[in-house]
Design a protein around this ligand. Structure first.
Ligand code: PEP
Ligand code: MG
Length: 585
């Protein structure tokens, strides 16, 4: 029996057989290594290149013997590429300069090469693309420990154990089949984690070397509440967890009864609970969980899931579908938040993650849109056209300066004028807001209040930028905390400024759906929360059992602590006192 702990990112318990995923056919997520580990990555890379060259030489030899010299020539291209200093130098350069893993360097450089070949006017080069992919797979097989399965091969219920998954791979998981997910890499609010939560798949990330420790077919218990994975459990462990699964099922049924009751505190204050979605087909489930509308539609996922850039009509169809499914309830579109860990595999945005040393501080999100106006305008046209069918708001992500906000608004205005000239219907008074997810925006909230109709606090990024901790990096995950006093101060200030300026404010980071923070957020003045729909029933249950006065007292006390540990201990204890069955124990 093996018990291993990680970071719990999506609640629930699953018991099933393990499928350990290999990496060779998977898109490789960008991961950086510590400066001291660069030499080790280079050594791994060189060893992988040498083994690959040896394998191909052997294969060439065998082919020559069995099929003749002429057929064996097909391997000359592979060997030639491996000997080409432009290619191998590119791998080395990426590892040294960007400090990325050897596998990411190979993945990204080879993908870039394949793109160049594909765009070549000479047919000979275009035809070589399959050879490039073949070589890429071969090298990656050396660098990623297991290469036996891919997600498409999962046809029976299973718990997926993987080194890492990209957001688009996670979005494609079928919750009917994938009962749980555990990854070696990843942090609290990596987009992969958020998606697993949205899909209702229990998940634990940051498990370090779990893929090395669990074998395909092992029986595994995945505990997404406490952040643990038990492989090959003993009989008593299995018995306990089976009972826990039954208890959680009963609790879930109990919570569905809350669907149609309002989230009102004991002293009669209504809190508006909305859902976060990535695709329109999630709307019915969000409503089913009791969402009053959609507070965050992460539109970039259409880009992540597609094999081509979605045009205006495709985007319009998606957006209009979401509006239609909401049947008069409100929907907040967030414009494209691409870049950093959300880089499409098959769409060329004129920027690859390897082009930037610090993609989370780079050309991401609204910055990417403002540098790619045709893409931005196309999306705004689609959103505005969808606004003709129901109550819609639009907000811009990652705003860090007033000029960015003004520029984005100007483009929106310009697009509106175009539509009006063309006689195309849209809601001319569509509210325009911004995400507050960068400290500069939070600190300048008073200035921004004069520029927008609403704020939505994105704590996932606000935490990472305030505390300077990569949200997807398991090595520093212990420093990533929503309870950090500096983060709480920013939330409190933004909430107060918005209230005074009469600007509507909500919070849509993962924190909104974590019940240990519910009372605190109410106490800090928040009345609109948007979260992963699966979290709504529990948050609602908690809201209905407290008063605003009680929350304000709790917030005052929480704000008096110096460290996130003290804050979190206090909040968890208070929640446990109020609703013991909401705590994982
Ligand atoms: C956030 O940053 O809090 C947020 C809601 O956006 P995302 O998680 O998509 O970055
Ligand atoms: Mg964000």
């Amino acid at each position: 029996m093996l018990i291993k702990r990680g970071i719990p990112v999506s609640p629930g318990v699953a018991i099933s057989r393990a499928v350990v995923l290999g990496g060779e056919d998977q898109p490789i997520p960008r991961r950086t290594v510590a400066p001291a580990a660069v030499t080790r990555e280079i050594a791994r890379l060189d060893a992988a290149l040498a083994t690959s060259a040896q394998e191909i030489a052997d294969l060439r030899q065998r082919t020559a013997e069995t099929l003749g010299e002429e057929m064996a020539k097909i391997f000359a291209f592979h060997l030639g590429m491996l000997a080409d200093p432009t290619l191998t130098g590119g791998f080395h350069e990426a590892v040294r300069r960007e400090r990325v893993t050897a596998q990411f360097a190979v993945y990204t450089v080879m993908t870039g090469f394949a793109r160049q070949f594909l765009a070549h006017e000479d047919r000979y080069f275009r035809d070589r693309v399959t050879d490039i992919y073949d070589l890429k797979r071969r090298i990656l097989r050396q660098l990623t420990s297991r290469g036996v399965q891919d997600l498409a091969a999962v046809t029976k219920p299973a718990i997926v154990i993987a080194r890492d998954l990209t957001p688009s791979q996670t979005a494609g998981l079928d919750p009917e089949l994938i009962k749980g997910l555990a990854t070696d890499l990843g942090g609290h609010t990596s987009h992969t984690a958020i998606l697993a939560h949205a899909l209702g798949i229990p998940a634990v990330v940051g498990m370090e070397d779990l893929t090395q420790q669990v074998r395909d077919g092992d029986t595994v218990i995945l505990d997404g509440n406490r952040g643990a994975v038990v492989a090959e459990p003993g009989a008593s462990q299995l018995l306990d967890y089976r009972e826990e699964v039954r208890r959680l099922k009963r609790q879930a049924i109990e919570l569905t009864k809350l669907r149609d009751v309002p989230a009102v505190t004991r002293d009669g204050v209504e809190i508006k609970l909305h859902g976060n979605i990535e695709f329109p087909h999630e709307v019915p489930d969000a409503l089913d969980k009791g969402a009053l509308g959609i507070g965050l539609y992460r539109t970039e996922f259409a880009y992540l899931a597609a094999d081509h850039e979605p045009d205006e009509e495709e985007q319009y169809r998606l957006y209009a579908e979401a509006v239609r499914l909401l049947d008069g309830r409100p929907l907040t579109f967030r414009t494209l938040d691409l870049g950093a860990d959300k880089m499409p595999e098959s769409i060329d945005l004129g920027l690859s993650a390897a082009d930037e040393a610090n993609p989370f501080l780079g050309c991401r999100s609204i910055r990417l849109c403002l540098q790619n106006l045709p893409m931005f305008r196309t999306q705004l046209r689609a959103i505005l056209r969808a606004s003709a069918h129901g109550p819609v708001r639009v907000m811009f992500p990652m705003i860090s300066s007033v000029m960015e906000m003004r520029q984005a608004r100007m483009i929106l205005l310009d697009v509106k004028e175009d539509l009006a000239e063309q006689g195309i219907a849209f809601a001319s008074d569509i509210p325009v807001g911004m995400m507050i997810e960068v400290p500069s925006a939070a600190i300048q909230a008073r200035t921004f209040a004069a520029e927008v109709d609403f704020f939505s606090i994105g704590t996932n990024d606000l935490i990472q930028y305030t505390v300077a901790v990569d949200r997807g990096n398991e090595r520093v995950a212990n420093l990533y905390s929503a309870a950090h006093p500096a983060v709480l101060t920013l939330i409190k200030d933004v909430s107060r400024v918005a209230d005074r300026a009469n600007v509507s404010v909500g919070l849509c980071g993962e924190m909104a759906g974590q019940t240990e923070f519910t009372m605190l957020l109410l106490g800090l003045g928040l009345r609109n929360l948007s979260m992963t729909p699966t979290a709504i029933p529990e948050v609602k249950k908690l809201i209905r059992s407290v008063s605003v006065d009680q929350c304000k007292r709790l917030a005052r006390k929480a704000m008096s602590f110096d460290s996130d540990h003290e804050v979190l201990n206090y909040l968890t204890a208070e929640r446990g006192r109020l609703l013991p069955d909401l705590s994982p124990g």
